[in-house]
Design a binder for this molecule. Sequence first.
Ligand SMILES: [Zn+2]
Length: 362
Amino acid sequence: MRFIDFQPTPLGCNYANRMATRKKKVRIPIPQPLAALVLFASDRSCCVCQSKGKPIQIHHMDDDPSNNEFHNLAVLCLDCHDLTQITGGFGRKLDQEQVKLYRDHWISLVADSRKSREVNIGDSQDAQLQLELVTSLAEIDLEKGDLVALASLYDEIGNIELRDKYIEKAIADGVPDDTHCYLRASLQGRPDLIPAEVASKVRETLTVGPSASKTQLARHLLDMGDPTHALKCYLEGILESLESGNEFSAGFYLNEVFEKDIVQALFLRSLGKFREEGDLWWEIRTLEELHWQDELKITIQANRKKIEESGNPFLRKYLAQADDDKGGYLQTRKEIERAEVRMTDPETGVSYIGYDFPDNDQ
Ligand SMILES: [Zn+2]
């Protein structure tokens, strides 16, 4: 049986390039802004022992003091740094791979803990302030006779009843087509209530003519329940921003792609498709990408017979994990490692990982 990994890994390309251009190790001081960034990302703490307050230094993971790339720099305390310098003897050297693992893990921990400390005024737990804010904003909107703003405001605070009351009122009074779509699809989540001609007019206006906008079209498509085309438009809009040098706009819409959970929407669609096709492998991979651990475990165990009969070591590895069968897990990992073959496409020179398993048809 032969499986080809679905993600070809171009091995060695970067390494070879670097070796070709690198003759002598010359120490180049790390520019101040980069050093500041590295220290901030690591919270000025050693990424290996994570101790606070120890003297630290910035370490070049590949031992090349001229390679001042962010991804090559790790904050280490002097003790841990010494461990990277062991040559011979019985001490266990802290090698580049290990430092990289520690560093990536620590950086993500620091980032997570910063995120959880962030305070957002909009989500303020201060109920009194919240109430005062909503009441005064609603008053202003009422004075202006802005029913759309009122509906948005009530949507924001989760008052569905008042939201829907003002949506009906606004639509009865007459609103532009794009606003109609916004109220029904974006606020109410009911694109099915939008008359077909209204939806198609909005789509056309955002596609061609002076009001055409990739990112506005993306929002509209997403509201209308089409995440696949929405993402395509978002990416086209982001590309346009990058090409015209508008990095803020590119970052802004990229943030929106993640905030609106488009990635999850894509995986949900994939999940439905793979389930319909009865494709267990991709169903499992999709559940994994969704981080649905319980669902993953249930699916794997429900397909026990199918997995055992398939002889597929990757599936058996999942089964062992789901069963918490440590021996089985170790066994399949070894099997996979043994079968792993590094191959190079003779025409393109691109390397990838393939698997060559002994046939299992007993
Ligand atoms: Zn340390």
